[in-house]
Ligand binder design. Structure first.
Ligand SMILES: [Zn+2]
Length: 376
């Protein structure tokens, strides 16, 4: 049977670059792979043919020889298997795949002869969840919290040894003979569950993976502007991974405590301020609470009930860092309920004075106008 030209097999010209050779072979290997073409001798033959062509053309020395002498130059000493004769077996072909597809090429299992590392499974520890209660003041400034956790960690004195069933590779192989040579099918090692190691010494009190629960204090920085129900992830602070695995994460769930006097609305804060009738008429200075301590504000003479004072940047910072909300002070004039006879008399005097009659519209905005303005 006449052998086809290696360049023809890969569909390339004599001047093809290494990159083109690799690309072309990768395409053919996928197209004619035995896993994709079960019980198809023609595909298997093409698969092997392409592998042979690649084996030669990807190697500078062999390629030179082939360019000069053709298939004749590939005879004795032409590398493993000898291309003039038996050709490559399946294991050789699969061995190439590490170079062609990189270590991550999955799905074909088997071929690689050594354990090679990187195939072992690794356990990830489970995540821990913890709720953190925060005051509005803490949310405004951001806060560092020390959280007590009961984490699963490896017990002191635990040691591991290499699994003797799989020699640490995490996989066992079943070898079958086919007309194309030996085929190796990989399976997860049943002795170690694919970890490649088993527990050597386990301290008493540890669980099946040699873990114990230990109380630890973890410091967590909570940024300003968080909201009730938000979850922050702290990488690697969850339960340790069993069998020397990777740590899980700590999930911090934010719980916002109600404030005695301040109400949150997004990044804005609302505060209801009651003032006396005389203060409304004469004007005054009052101290009000904010998320960052007390603030003094001045009320003008003739302050109307329902007025809303907007204190810029006295609200909460946005979590994303886009500015700070405002503090809205909603003013209500306090009307006394039980008054003395004397007090009744001067209210009756005021009642006679037309200056005490409501006169809206003279520069006074209605409550609804004010609310509209506030949200515009
Ligand atoms: Zn094993």
């Amino acid at each position: 049977m006449a052998k086809r030209d290696f360049y023809d097999i890969l569909g390339l010209g004599k001047g093809a670059s290494q990159e083109e050779i690799k690309k072309s072979y990768r395409k053919l290997a996928i197209q004619f792979h035995p896993d994709k073409n079960p019980d198809n001798p023609e595909a298997e033959a093409k698969f092997k043919e392409a592998a042979e062509a690649y084996e030669v053309l990807s190697n500078t020395e062999k390629r030179q020889k082939y360019d000069q002498f053709g298939h004749a130059g590939m005879g004795a000493g032409g590398g493993r298997g000898g291309f003039g004769g038996g050709g490559m077996n399946m294991e050789d072909i699969f061995d190439q795949f590490g170079d062609i597809f990189g270590g991550g090429f999955g799905g074909f299992g088997g071929g690689r002869s050594s354990g090679g590392g990187g195939r072992q499974r690794v356990f990830k520890g489970s995540n821990l969840r913890v709720r953190v209660k925060l005051s509005l003041e803490e949310i405004a400034s951001g806060v560092e919290k020390k959280l007590k956790l009961k984490r699963l960690v490896p017990a002191d004195g635990i040691s591991f040894k290499t699994c003797s069933t799989c020699q640490g590779s995490g996989q066992t192989y079943r070898v079958t003979n086919t007309i194309l040579g030996q085929m190796r099918a990989a399976a997860t090692c049943p002795a170690c569950n694919g970890l490649g190691k088993i527990i050597d010494k386990k301290p008493s009190g540890a669980d099946e993976h040699g873990m114990i629960r230990k109380e630890e204090t973890v410091s967590v920085k909570i940024p300003a502007g968080v909201e009730d129900g938000m979850q922050l992830k702290v990488n690697g602070k969850g339960n340790a991974g069993p069998m020397d695995g990777v740590n899980g994460d700590l999930i911090v769930v934010i719980e916002e405590l109600d404030h005695e006097t301040l109400k949150r609305d997004g990044n804005n804060i609302h505060y209801d301020l009651y003032i006396s009738m005389p203060d409304a008429v004469l004007g005054t200075k009052v101290e009000i609470p904010t998320v960052a301590g007390k603030a003094r504000i001045k009320l003008d003479e003739g302050t109307q009930s329902g007025k809303i004072l907007r204190l810029r940047n006295k609200g909460l910072p946005s979590l994303e860092g886009y500015g700070t909300g405002d503090l809205m002070v909603h003013i209500s004039v306090w009307t006394p309920k039980n008054i003395s006879d004397e007090q009744r008399r001067y209210f009756e005097i005021m009642k006679e004075d037309s200056n005490f009659s409501p006169q809206p519209g003279r520069g006074e905005k209605s409550f609804f106008d004010k609310v509209k303005e506030m949200f515009s």
